[in-house]
Design a binder for this molecule. Structure first.
Ligand code: NAD
Length: 248
């Protein structure tokens, strides 16, 4: 799986799964656009990649910020072959009756609208290049109702739907779009989080069944495969990467 002469744009690449993806694509020969809301994180990942990387601070939930991100990527490298829509945030595990509207809107804005905005801005470039590969980081919460709060669950189900919509719409244009569904993975996503007590109490027993934690590199390996020529006929696939958790 080589990505020589390819350009990969990874969102949320300042930490966790996105950082592992950026490192994996660079190791496979790609030049990498390292996007994160956190300038320090983006800068650290890009510094670790050396000359083959461009750090861009951007909020995927803001259209103007996304436009500047894609402009910077095209300005630096002239093309985008791989897009990893990976940036995302958790909710507080609040159940549908309890979630405050502001939390619902922020989680939907970043996880779903953000994934849409970056896809929407990158697609014209992939169309004019004659192809590309998009890998979305959804979640087990994209296919199940009891592993996260209402907002995160709805947002990740939305990412699954968007993945299929893009896969179907551009199949004949050489653009593939697939999603990974990580199980619990060792990252910084829950650092400093406060959880809704009622939601956490209801979700706790289910989450305990998934307590075998993955490493971010195991998610990156799956993304690399989906973006590679080895997956040239894989399109619209929604792939659990969870050590068998969702198979139970
Ligand atoms: P993480 O917190 O370690 O990394 C996420 C990165 O995204 C952070 O660097 C953060 O600054 C960035 N980010 C957040 N909002 C952003 C925005 N609006 N614009 C740009 N960047 C933004 O978390 P992670 O676990 O690596 O999360 C990556 C993805 O994996 C997320 O979509 C998450 O929902 C998904 N996921 C994680 C797990 C898990 O157990 N860690 C499980 C399932 C799915």
């Amino acid at each position: 799986m080589t990505f020589d002469d390819r350009v990969a744009l990874v969102t949320g690449a300042g930490s966790g799964i996105g950082r592992a993806m950026a490192l994996a694509f660079a190791k496979a020969g790609a030049r990498v656009v390292v996007c994160d809301l956190d300038a320090g994180g983006a800068g650290r990942t890009a510094a670790d990649l050396g000359d083959a990387a461009l750090a861009v601070t951007a909020d995927i939930g803001e259209e103007s910020s996304v436009a500047a991100l894609v402009e910077a990527a095209i300005g630096a490298y002239g093309r985008i072959d791989v897009l990893c829509n990976n940036a995302g945030i958790m909710d507080t595990m609040a159940l549908p009756a309890d979630i405050p509207l502001a939390q619902w809107e922020r989680v939907l804005r970043v996880n779903l609208t953000g994934t849409f905005l970056v896809t929407h801005a990158v697609l014209p470039h992939m169309l004019s290049q004659g192809g590309g590969a998009i890998v979305n980081t959804a979640s087990e919460a994209g296919i199940r109702g009891g592993v996260a709060g209402a907002a995160y669950t709805a947002s990740k189900h939305g990412v699954v739907g968007l993945t299929k919509s893009v896969a179907w719409a551009y199949a004949k244009d050489g653009i593939r779009c697939n999603a990974i569904l990580p199980g619990p993975t060792m990252t910084n996503i829950a650092n400093g989080a406060t959880f809704d007590p009622a939601g956490a109490a209801r979700l706790g027993p289910v989450l305990a069944l998934g307590e075998r934690l993955a490493q971010p590199e195991q998610m990156a390996d799956a993304a690399l495969y989906l973006a590679s020529e080895a997956a040239s006929f894989v399109n619209g696939a929604i792939i659990p990467v969870d050590g068998g958790w969702s198979a139970a």
